[in-house]
Ligand binder design. Structure first.
Ligand code: SF4
Length: 485
């Protein structure tokens, strides 16, 4: 197996990942596609950081990419090449951006994150190893990542959108380590029988391992990995001390909320309901009530003015409200092309009076959205901030565990609370929706709207509206359930 920069990084995380890639690839659970497309987009834009450049097109035949690279390098004294490709001793790499000036080279690695991570340095040190062993004089190494503070106004300014970090000295210091790692990986991969590897923090860091399900398939369930919100360090520690079964965990010094989750599931306990506390909560809500839910998405590369990389951009909301004992509904969904925020904010202030109680589920998120809209649109700010001040959180009774049952599995997210409270109601089951069943599908759908033909777009829009509507309808039903108590 020849190495590449991504394989080298996987091998650093855990060599068994590479062994499984080589011998049991069918067990691999692939990475979410939107993460990959985000990375690709950032790479494509970053290629223009130095203006004109020669791009080495991807080719399944890597030798073709390598010979095209040498052709470009031989043809120009000074040149910027993107995806310049090299191979040294079966170690292949494509450099995101390679700048040649006379006979020295600068190597640039592009990442779609907004910060430097240790694994990026390993990635670049591998590339430096390949290039320098082929005799290239690499004078500088840079890591390029997005600048989270850059706010687009007018044309995209690439020199401000990206941050360049000179990491040459660190990369040089890592060179002995690279050689040893490559030797160790190659030796490890010669094993014919499946190697034993302990599961530990390396299974989730720096990346979630695609073989975690495979490597834990023989561990009795439920176990410590099913405990909600417990820190991963603690989980692996308990697991490696052989204290991973629910019965064993009850004897450990762990937080009461974890013990509650275990006891309810293990002993099939009846729901716990603290009516007094729930009553106290309900008394803080003054009718009329408005139930609000936003959907947001993020752009790594800001497409609109006043957007920063990965900022939450609201594009949709659903609003249920009870007027004269009748349940009514309003909604908004952007067109997927233009900046949706102004129209959304205008509709919001016309749909929600400034003196009503607005319920959200996990209101910190809705408040954050409203605050950012009020900062953006000063003419609407007063009304928006009144909505902000009038917000109450329907999550509170569940977060405080004043209402808890085993089906919630330690979670107070609406996606767990709803089926726990209404297990027999198909109209409240997200699985019965078409096309869009959760927030990330809504987010991806919105990003994709502009690429669809009218008929397909209308169908997707309809299903996006249905999804968001269910979010607030669910809140209404949860509120009614609390009142019944
Ligand atoms: S789950 Fe853990 S042990 Fe198994 S391959 Fe992945 S990182 Fe290695």
């Amino acid at each position: 197996m020849s190495l590449s920069k991504s394989k080298y990084c996987s091998g650093i995380q855990c060599m068994k990942i590479l062994w499984l890639d080589k011998n049991k690839i069918e067990e691999r659970k692939e990475l979410n596609e939107s993460v990959l497309s985000t990375g690709n987009l950032v790479h494509e834009v970053a290629k223009y950081l130095f203006g004109n450049h020669v791009n080495i097109e991807f080719n399944e035949n890597l030798n073709e990419m390598i010979s095209n690279t040498y052709w470009a390098l031989d043809s120009y004294k000074n040149i910027v090449i993107t995806e310049a490709s090299f191979n040294f001793n079966n170690n292949f790499c494509s450099v995101d951006i390679l700048k040649k000036e006379n006979n020295t080279y600068e190597l640039y690695e592009v990442k779609s994150s907004t910060e430097t991570k240790d694994i990026y340095l390993k990635d670049i040190s591998y590339q430096y190893y390949v290039l320098t062993n082929l005799g290239l004089n690499v004078s500088k190494c840079y890591l390029i990542h997005l600048n989270r503070n850059y706010e687009r106004i007018g044309l995209l300014e690439l020199d401000k959108l990206f941050k360049l970090n000179d990491i040459t000295d660190i990369i040089k210091d890592l060179q002995n380590e690279v050689k040893n790692n490559i030797d160790n990986i190659n030796e490890y991969l010669k094993q014919e029988n499946e190697p034993i590897s302990d599961i530990n923090m390396h299974c989730i860091s720096p990346y979630d391992c695609p073989y975690f399900e495979y490597c834990t398939k023989n561990i009795e369930k439920p176990n410590v990995f099913n405990i909600r919100d417990m820190h991963a360090n603690k989980k692996f520690k308990l697991f490696n001390e052989n204290k991973y079964k629910y019965e064993d965990l009850l004897k450990e010094d762990i937080d009461n909320k974890y013990k509650q989750q275990i006891e309810f599931e293990l002993y099939n306990k009846e729901p716990y309901i603290n009516k007094e506390k729930i009553d106290e909560f309900l008394n803080t809500l003054k009718e009329p009530l408005y139930f609000l839910d936003f959907e947001t998405y993020q752009q790594p590369i800001p497409l609109f003015d006043h957007v920063k990389p990965y900022m939450q951009i609201p594009f949709q909301y659903s609003l249920h409200y009870i007027e004269n004992n009748e349940l009514k509904h309003k909604e908004f969904l952007g067109d997927g092309i233009n900046d949706p925020r102004r129209e959304l904010a205008l509709r919001l202030v016309s749909d929600i009076p400034d003196n009503v109680t607005v319920l959200a589920y996990n209101m910190m998120f809705e408040k954050m959205v409203i605050k950012s809209l009020s900062e953006l649109f000063s003419d609407l700010s007063e009304h928006l901030m009144k909505i902000y001040d009038n917000m109450r959180d329907l999550m509170i009774p569940f977060k405080n565990r004043d209402y808890y049952c085993k089906e919630m599995k330690g979670s107070y997210s609406i996606k767990y609370v709803l089926p726990a409270l209404f297990s027999d109601d198909p109209s409240l089951d997200y699985h019965n929706l078409d096309m869009v069943h959760n927030g990330s599908e809504a987010m991806n759908s919105y990003s994709n709207l502009k690429n669809l033909e009218e008929e397909e777009r209308n169908k997707l829009r309809y299903n996006m509206l249905k999804y968001c509507e269910l979010d607030t309808y669910a809140m209404v039903k949860i509120y009614e359930k609390l009142k019944e108590l």
